[in-house]
Ligand binder design. Sequence first.
Ligand SMILES: Cc1ncc(COP(=O)(O)O)c(C=O)c1O
Length: 458
Amino acid sequence: MLQTIIEPFRIKMVEPIKLTSRDEREKLIEAAHFNPFLLRAEDVIIDLLTDSGTSAMSSDAWAALMRGDESYAGARSWYRFRDTVKDIFGFEQVIPTHQGRAAEHILFGVMVKPGSIVPNNTHFDTTRANIEFNGAKAIDLPCAEAADFDSTFPFKGNMDTEALEKLVAEKGDRIPLIMVTITNNSGGGQPVSMANIKEISRIARKAGIPFYIDACRFAENAHFIKRREPGYENTPTIDIAREIFGYADGCTMSAKKDAFANIGGFLCTNDAELAHRERNILILTEGFPTYGGLAGRDLEAIAVGLRDILDEHYLDYRLLSTRYVVKHLFDAGIPVVVPAGGHAVYLDARRFLPHIDPLQYPGSALAVELYIEGGIRCVEIGTLMFGLDPHTGEEHPYHHDFVRLAIPRRVYTQSHMDYVIEAIQLVWERREDIRGLKIVEAPKFLRHFTAKLERVWL
Ligand SMILES: Cc1ncc(COP(=O)(O)O)c(C=O)c1O
């Protein structure tokens, strides 16, 4: 068996990357106030800020754009989209939205009220924000293994189902729905096992509470189940996905992830009465129920992307390619979250730069150095992002300081990944000379997007 990982696709159209020198990047990041969000994309060599909306569509998806039916109501593209979603996800009601958070906004607007509680393995930030916006409380119940960055437990995205059962027993009357996010993005892109999904479903059904899945990376999660969970090795990944959704009552989806689309999303449910209320909001905020927030051509691209993503050769390559980066870093002694997740590599900046106080943002300092070293753009997930309580103005170290390198789908090659590994290793070798950062100017809410920082000198 050949060991070299190859991309199971050929390149037909290319987008040039502007190569910059180290000296240029020193100046560019300083001009961007040491915040990678403030860089121009053209000044980035490898952009690993997010895997959302940044993936490469297939020639089939581009061809499908051309047959987009832009009729206001009942377009052919809508039926192709709806039928594909129903075939894979199995839900009776499909509501198209312009992206994942629009689906969340509608779902929670209809299902939660002030005082409600919504448990999840780990809420993604827009999910949490949409719940809190409605006066409800978002509770994270990650499994115990998730907190141990070195544990090689294969399903660190799992929910702590004992804690869920306890919460349901104590406060079930305040829980309008239970959610699980696959894969668990905020928890390191780690998968959730089928056994865990079944158990959550059992608890939810026993209590009569609807169970929803945040399905953004459903195909990666289904393929992890195929590769890691005994009993599924011979099951086609599409059937694993169908089984997952068979345990749920609905889902939210950002098509910007596992549908390769640059924009799009949807909301599904089996409850016709609920869907009726959701469509009333959809008409108010997104559009007519057969296009939601999307053009006919977007619906076409998503319908093709949802089939593309379930190609098992692609999924094998995707998971192996991420694992390849993690393995090389791990073997070099670089603190990285293991085992590898699906869409991203997480560096543990607090252990990478133990001499930097968490309140001097080791994650941001590391992200800055990766840009200077290799023109790589990535995001801090730590004290800059979550350390400030905007209500009290108090700042505390977040429970971790990570740097996330999110890998857009089918965009970068293995040699790009080798380049990323090499750049991280070079930063690792000079880690003792790296200084922390301090904030010069930042808003109270979501400060990481626009904060201006400068280096702390001893
Ligand atoms: C797990 C998860 N849920 C929801 C969303 C929100 O999707 P969107 O960015 O399309 O609004 C994201 C986006 O990154 C996500 O990762």
